[in-house]
Design a protein around this ligand. Structure first.
Ligand SMILES: O=C(O)CCC(=O)C(=O)O
Ligand SMILES: [Fe+2]
Length: 504
């Protein structure tokens, strides 16, 4: 799919530019040819203006004129040869080649699936960010205005897509927009009558399923349970388990930029310098921002430079492919709409930069990140396209599995142990959207180029930390790049020891 990463979308844009330029050359070429043909015809017409050429007498008179005879010979030899030659080359092949991406770095044309994916991304953005349909159709996406407007036909397509997803409320909104636009356009792209048929169907479906298609985040308020976090101390109690509906409502609210923590709690969250128990960092302390106390959620600022980011993206670009998620019951890995991005993996041995970033993560976390020792996974680089997202999930792979499910997991994973912690570099700022939201903590980390987020997915006891549920909010504008270093459990047994209580 080309819609799942900015990297590929950018390539498709430049492919289209090459196609358009080939088309424009084609038009120039065809015009030149037509001109030559017209010239041929005109010359003939000039001759025939002297009389009707079909009449034998005129023809004999023309043939008897040496200049006419010369012109006749020239027309049927040189001129004709030119006409014949020019029709032999088919400039349409250049257009076809441009479309096929010949000479363009192997970019492939988008297909039906890509169109569906792009429409799905719009539906998702609409939903999560509660965007206004009319504004969206007029090119205003979350306050950013562009010339990219939707026609009545586009809105009809969006309505059909929403309908097929069972989002009847949304479908009605899109069809209503299509109806209004068809009126404004004078039924140019689609007629109001055509839209009406769909509108009626969608209204009927909505009447039949009045509760079935609640769009979470639109009708629901976020859970008040996270507001339990009144007590601003590291030991405050919090709700670690919410219902899926509450999780989704909180996630959407956080994505939209709402703060779900109390003011008193937020007041305890300070930025500070920290040497993290590392002698090197004693000389140059880390700039740490606290987002949550327990479980602890931190970001380290200015931990990867712009040059390093550029280099990392270059290293990862050839390796990017559609991200996978664990299959049902831990079986295999599959592509899924719950995670739309492209990822690539880089080994420490591949480039000194990768090894350096691993070492940096080790200093900042106090954990061992050696890939060759099986202490951590390779570095993952991820690029999200527009609407790219990752639904709320836990990063751990094993602790939530049953005995039976563990049988489906590769034995190597069991040797490495679970993903004890996540260290994630932000490789870009994102114009709109793209936060990493923690619905059970009631807070979100906003991408800031050069920083890195860090949290433990497991408690000291080795149990899964349910509260670390998190997801990537859809990207609305701009591009989002992150890089994950997942640190495994086995290598840390001396670095992170048990606490006194099994709940720690
Ligand atoms: O991209 C993000 O903000 C989060 C990504 C994430 O949670 C993951 O890759 O596991
Ligand atoms: Fe994650």
């Amino acid at each position: 799919e080309v819609y799942t990463s900015i990297q590929d979308l950018t390539a498709v844009f430049s492919l289209e530019r090459r196609v358009v330029s080939a088309l424009s050359n084609y038009v120039d070429d065809m015009e030149a040819k037509l001109l030559r043909i017209r010239k041929y015809l005109r010359e003939y017409e000039q001759v025939s203006a002297e009389g009707t050429v079909t009449d034998e007498v005129t023809m004999e008179r023309l043939a008897g004129n040496p200049v006419h005879a010369f012109h006749l010979m020239k027309r049927l030899t040189v001129d004709w040869r030119h006409l014949e030659e020019q029709s032999k080359v088919d400039p349409w092949m250049d257009v076809i080649n441009a479309m096929r991406g010949v000479g363009g770095g192997g970019v492939r044309l988008p297909n039906e699936e890509d169109l569906q994916g792009a429409a799905q991304a719009l539906v998702r953005l609409h939903d999560v960010y509660n965007l206004n349909t009319t504004q969206l159709a007029r090119g205003n996406v979350w306050g950013v205005q562009s010339a990219a407007e939707l026609t009545a036909q586009d809105c009809l397509y969006m309505g059909k897509h929403s309908f097929n997803l069972g989002l009847y409320q949304r479908a009605v909104q899109w069809f209503e927009e299509a109806y209004a636009l068809a009126g404004l356009e004078g039924n140019a792209t689609v007629t109001q009558d055509q839209v009406n048929v769909f509108l009626d169907t969608a209204i009927k479906a909505l009447d039949d399923n009045p509760y079935g298609q609640l769009e979470i985040g639109q009708q629901e308020n976020f859970s008040t349970r996270t507001n339990l976090q009144e007590e601003p101390s590291p030991s405050h109690r919090l709700a670690t388990v919410l219902t899926p509906r509450e999780d989704a409502a909180n996630f959407h609210a956080l994505c939209r930029g709402q703060q779900l923590l109390s003011d008193a709690y937020v007041a305890t969250l300070k930025c500070f310098y920290d040497w993290r128990g590392d002698d090197y960092l004693r000389l140059m302390p880390a700039r740490v921002e606290r987002h949550h106390w327990n479980p602890e959620l931190l970001t380290f600022h200015q931990v990867i430079s712009d040059n390093e980011i550029l280099r990392l993206q270059q290293l990862a670009a050839p390796a990017l492919s559609r991200a996978m998620v664990q299959g049902p019951q831990g079986k295999g890995n599959t592509v899924s709409n719950t995670r739309t991005s492209k990822v690539g993996w880089l080994d420490d041995s591949q480039d000194p930069l990768v090894a350096r970033l691993s070492a940096r993560a080790a200093r900042l976390t106090g954990l061992s990140t050696s890939v060759s020792n099986d202490d951590a996974e390779m570095l993952q680089v991820a690029n999200y396209g527009i609407g790219g997202h990752y639904n709320p999930h836990h990063d751990y792979l094993l602790v939530d599995k049953t005995e039976e499910e563990l049988n489906n997991i590769h034995p190597r994973e069991l040797v490495l142990g679970d993903r004890i912690a996540t260290f994630m570099f932000y490789l870009s700022d994102v114009t709109r959207g793209g936060a990493t939201a923690f619905p059970r903590l009631g807070t979100a980390v906003w991408p800031s180029k050069g920083s890195a987020a860090f949290w433990y997915n497991l408690k000291r006891s080795g149990k899964g930390s349910l509260a670390t549920l998190h997801g990537a909010c859809p990207v609305v504008h701009g591009s989002k790049w992150v890089s994950n270093k997942w640190i495994r459990e086995r290598g840390q047994f001396l670095k992170r020891t048990c606490g006194l209580s099994p709940d720690e």
